[in-house]
Write a protein that binds this ligand. Structure first.
Ligand SMILES: [Zn+2]
Ligand SMILES: [Zn+2]
Length: 342
């Protein structure tokens, strides 16, 4: 099959991904083989390709927002049939027996596998995944529309949960939520938050695409990356991988507010005065997601319904897609068209 493999990590402008002929994967007994239709592009792919995440599998095939159809079933697989449409996401497999897996927190599993990092992902014509970790996708979404739901969407959903806005007296109604960085995750997250009744304040770097899309999706206020929202926020999420945003976001946060960091990698956080976090403000990070998060999110996304804004790239342009992502040149989410007509 044709696939993009990581030659050696390095700046994406140097085209570290190589288009190769490699053997198609063979599904293990509990796995499905999926013919990839479309694969979303995520900032984590960029972190892997540029070496900000350590190499876990040499020459890995990146990509963890895979939409495709079941091509073959391992002999123990039940509950799926050939040609059925499925999604494969970041959480590839967990151990099922560690203390985290046993307590409903499989996102924190001690020995997890991750699609497109520790095992091959979806920048390829075929991919495999354990059947128990694949998702059935709601019918309302076309393949390219569904792909960004599988990481950007699910992580945005989990980040929203970790803001603990659920626990407010009035719930989400009228809650003031800040979003810093407005790429693929931000543009899904705002739609969830708005549908639940929150007012959303967006700070983003790129005016032409990111700020304009935030406006279009109903942000109450939109400002530059380092601008201060006009009101105190009840909670905020930082999706941008920039540690210098942390003190800034704390300054905008009301007493008792919670700041959630949505990325897998972030530049160092500068030191800041204790007074910024005093007043029972708190900080949390999002690590992966559970399968329950994924299923709950997909159901809510179909109900609202979420509309993903996508920018597609031909299969042959994986490096160009990641370059565009790095330089804020994608409006909404980037998607690689694999076995898919553009
Ligand atoms: Zn585990
Ligand atoms: Zn991702």
């Amino acid at each position: 099959m044709k696939a993009w493999t990581l030659r050696a990590p390095g700046p994406v402008d140097g085209h570290p991904l190589q288009f190769n002929d490699v053997p198609a994967p063979v599904p293990a007994a509990d796995e499905i083989l999926v013919r990839v239709s479309a694969c979303g592009i995520c900032r984590t792919d960029l972190h892997i390709v540029e070496g900000e995440l350590e190499i876990r599998q040499p020459h890995v095939i990146p990509g963890h927002q895979i939409v495709g159809r079941v091509e073959a079933l391992g002999k123990e697989v039940t509950g799926f049939k050939l040609d059925q449409r499925v999604g494969i996401a970041w959480l590839h497999r967990t151990c099922g027996i560690c203390a985290f897996c046993q307590s409903g927190r499989e996102n924190l599993c001690d020995t997890p596998q991750f699609t497109g990092w520790t095992v091959n992902g979806g920048f390829a014509e075929f991919a495999v995944a354990p059947a128990n970790f694949a998702y059935l996708l709601p019918d309302g979404f076309a393949d390219i529309q569904a792909a960004p739901l599988l990481c950007a969407g699910i992580i945005g959903y989990r980040a929203l949960r970790l803001t603990r806005l659920d626990e407010r007296k009035d719930g989400w109604a009228g809650a003031r939520l800040g979003i810093y960085g407005f790429g693929a995750a931000g543009h899904v997250c705002i739609q969830l938050a708005r549908a639940r009744g929150a007012d959303v304040y967006v700070a983003a770097r790129d005016r032409e695409r990111h700020q304009a899309l935030a406006q279009e999706l109903g942000a109450t206020w939109v400002g530059d990356a380092f601008a201060e929202p006009p009101v105190k926020l009840d909670a905020a999420i930082i999706f941008a991988p920039a540690g210098e945003l942390v003190p800034l976001a704390f300054r905008a946060l009301n007493k008792g507010g919670r700041l959630v960091l949505g990325g897998i990698h972030m530049s160092d956080i500068p030191s800041f005065a204790y007074s910024l976090i005093y007043g029972e403000r708190s900080l949390g990070s999002v690590a992966n997601n559970t399968r329950a998060d994924g299923r709950e999110f997909l159901a809510e996304a179909a109900r609202i319904p979420i509309h993903t804004h996508v920018q597609t790239f031909p299969f042959t342009q994986a490096n160009e897609a990641l370059i565009a992502l790095k330089h804020d040149a994608i409006r909404g989410a980037g998607v690689l068209l694999v076995n898919h007509e553009s």
